[in-house]
Design a protein around this ligand. Structure first.
Ligand code: NDP
Length: 295
């Protein structure tokens, strides 16, 4: 047809959010006499986790906030890790606590994450934050799903009444994404590995959220002409020459001819996650101080 989808530029959107976080952080620094502060806990030597943590620390600091890194050996005990979370919970100048996942073998991520004070839960993963999301009450929302809603709004404006099909029901991405789109007055279908005739369901989506972690799963005939595709997948796939590349869950080239809007991988949802982390840190700091949310 010659018609090609418009790319949703997640890198540009994330830069805009970083700017907003920076402005909020500056305002809070002037009011409180100290910048907002994020504590990042990294246990073990997982190379991908080290890259993620380095990027989070760098972006936090360039938004004018303090980032304190707590590096622990892979041999750290569950009790030692819980003791650290306890100290960060009561530290008055720590506004946000992030535990980089996955944790080394032998440590129970659920127990550690649930020990975080919900007021400092900038990843939005505690039971209190999840409960607030279900209730529609104020709280810190999970970063990647919040990034998906932000990008969908950026492309489409008001989302009221749109049919959103979310593929994937993980605690981290799919399930909170469904709740956030519901909160935006969308009609939401939440699909997973047991969903019957997923291609037919996907074809009904005005907004298709692909978060299964399956490279190329979303084929051209899964997409309704004119739909918006938000591709959360980050998959490392081998190329014929032996090198590797990152791809999403959608068959991107094919989708370009059918969708109206699509997020590329990389450069779509990926950069939004840290941007939302910065926004959550600003919000956590303001809430803890009893101030209006500046960002
Ligand atoms: P999980 O593996 O925890 O969850 C995957 C979900 O997809 C499950 O609910 C699973 O269903 C469903 N699923 C798997 N295969 C199929 C299939 N063939 N058909 C239908 N549903 C299927 O992954 P995450 O949610 O943590 O992450 C999903 C993707 O998003 C990954 O590629 C990950 O790398 C990426 N990601 C990107 C982030 C970012 O952009 N910053 C952040 C986090 C994740 P069931 O429950 O039935 O098993």
């Amino acid at each position: 047809s010659g018609r090609r989808a418009v790319l949703i530029d997640g890198k540009a959107a994330a830069e805009g959010l970083d700017q907003a976080a920076r402005a909020g952080a500056l305002e809070l620094t002037q009011t409180l006499g100290r910048p907002p502060c994020l504590a990042v806990v990294l246990a073990g030597e997982d190379p991908a986790s080290q890259v993620y943590v380095r990027n989070k620390v760098r972006r936090t600091e360039s938004a004018g906030m303090i980032s304190v890194e707590h590096r622990l050996p892979a041999s750290v005990s569950q009790d030692e890790l819980l003791a650290l979370i306890g100290r960060l919970n009561i530290d008055p100048v720590v506004d946000g606590i992030l535990v980089q996942l996955p944790l080394p073998a032998g440590l129970d991520a659920q127990t550690v994450v649930q020990a975080i004070d919900p007021a400092k839960d900038v990843d939005g993963l505690t039971a209190a934050s999840a409960g607030a999301l279900v209730l529609g009450a104020p709280g810190l929302r999970p970063c990647t799903p919040a990034g998906c809603v932000y990008l969908a709004r950026q492309a489409l404006g008001d989302l009221t009444g749109r049919h959103v099909v979310v593929i994937g029901r993980s605690i981290l991405v799919g399930k909170p994404a469904a709740l956030l789109f519901l909160d935006a007055d969308c009609t939401v279908s939440l699909a997973h590995s047991r969903t019957r005739d997923l291609p037919a369901l996907a074809r009904q989506a005005d907004i298709l959220i692909a978060a299964a972690g399956r490279p190329g799963m979303v084929k051209a005939d899964w997409i309704r002409p004119g739909a918006t595709v938000i591709d959360v997948g980050i998959n490392r796939v081998a190329r014929p020459d032996g090198s590797s590349a990152l791809t999403g869950d959608a068959d991107y080239e094919a989708a370009l001819d059918i969708a109206d809007f699509i997020t590329p991988v990389p450069g779509g949802v990926g950069p939004m996650t840290i941007a939302m982390l910065l926004i959550n840190t600003v919000r956590a700091c303001a809430r803890r101080a009893g101030l209006a949310i500046p960002a």
